[in-house]
Design a protein around this ligand. Sequence first.
Ligand SMILES: [Zn+2]
Ligand SMILES: [Zn+2]
Length: 120
Amino acid sequence: MLYTQCRYCARIGPLMCSGTMFPHPTMPLVTTAYGSTCPGCYGVMQLFTCTGCGTPQFLMKLGGSAPAFGAAAGNYAPVVQAKQGASQSMLKELFRAGAKTFMSEAGTDLARSLFGGQSS
Ligand SMILES: [Zn+2]
Ligand SMILES: [Zn+2]
């Protein structure tokens, strides 16, 4: 299961697809070489709209490289992989650890601007 955390309201939720190319039963996305991919319709999800605050943002797999165009706007939602049914506190820990790794690898102002506001 892939989970994302909204940059704006910090809501954590699973990445699901119910059909982009054609309708199919809702299923969780998986990580492939192309990004966050739906195993049902093979659509690659790049833009995610938060179900909490409705803000669209780009998905960024932690540990991967960030495409420059969206990063410039700082409009990124981090994505982590976790077991189905993972608790919110487990997920929060994953996001925190992932952001830390990302920052130490990138070590740039970009990383700070992406994750600097999520200290809670
Ligand atoms: Zn799909
Ligand atoms: Zn939100």
